[in-house]
Design a protein around this ligand. Structure first.
Ligand SMILES: [Zn+2]
Length: 248
């Protein structure tokens, strides 16, 4: 048993800092803005560079009452939400993990899932970097729980299945979903991968019902599948934690 309580402040601090960084990724990656130039964060409306005091996770949003200090433009609630979710996910990982290495693998999984989901919701695309972060976490996870072969087989199967759906759906599903679920499946067994797809499909359908019922929906209506695949994987993994699958 490892001393989980020591990691609690670490998880909160690293989670908030990384959440703040993921906000930068979520803004810059789909707009193809360099991550190092400009080095400092800026207001997307007035382009004023932000001071350190404008950049404190969650706190700055509350102090500034959700408005840019320089031009008064409303700041998206996405910023504090991503920071809060990342910190909460990092804390949850402590309690789900058997050792610090497994915790790190979950941190990577949650990081990839948060970045992929936020960008997919807005732009209907999943950046390669989010897939790579998820996959690195998956390999660490599989090595730590000593079923690397099973994980690779599950990932290959999931990738092949989604590739088939991708080819048959002719653009209905994005290739980013194929890569993303391949990476997520490293954390799953064949059985729990099927379960994850089931959960993802049900949640996606529930999410899409209001759109399908409204007159706005047509053949081009798309559902971002990435966030739902992440939710499905999270549920399947959580059930695995509570059964024999990963306990042996
Ligand atoms: Zn501004």
């Amino acid at each position: 048993m490892w001393d989980k309580i020591i990691y609690l402040p670490v998880a909160i601090a690293v989670g908030l800092a990384m959440g703040s960084f993921y906000n930068v990724l979520i803004y810059r990656l789909p707009r193809k803005i360099s991550l190092i130039n400009p080095a400092r964060s800026f207001c997307p409306v007035c382009h004023h560079q932000l001071a350190w005091k404008d950049n404190i996770p969650i706190l700055s949003y509350i102090i500034l009452r959700g408005k840019c200090r320089y031009c008064g433009t409303h700041i998206s609630l996405r910023y504090p939400i991503v920071e809060g979710i990342t910190a909460s996910a990092f804390v949850t990982a402590i309690y789900l993990s058997q050792d610090p290495l497994q915790m790190i693998s979950l941190w990577l999984l949650y990081s990839g899932a948060i970045v992929a989901s936020a960008i997919d919701f807005e732009y209907m695309l999943i950046p390669d970097s989010a897939v790579v972060i998820t996959a690195i976490g998956g390999v660490i996870w599989a090595v730590q729980s000593s079923h690397l072969l099973l994980s690779i087989e599950t990932a290959a199967g999931a990738f092949a299945l989604f590739l088939l759906i991708y080819l048959l759906s002719r653009g209905g599903m994005g290739f980013g979903d194929v890569e993303f679920f391949g990476a997520l499946a490293l954390f799953l067994t064949p059985f729990s991968a099927v379960f994850a797809i089931l959960i993802a499909s049900v949640v996606a359908l529930i999410w899409a019902i209001p759109q399908l019922l409204s007159h706005k929906a047509n053949k081009k209506t798309k559902v971002p599948f990435g966030p739902f695949l992440a939710i499905g994987t999270a549920v399947a993994m959580f059930l695995n934690f509570n059964t024999f699958m990963f306990k042996g």
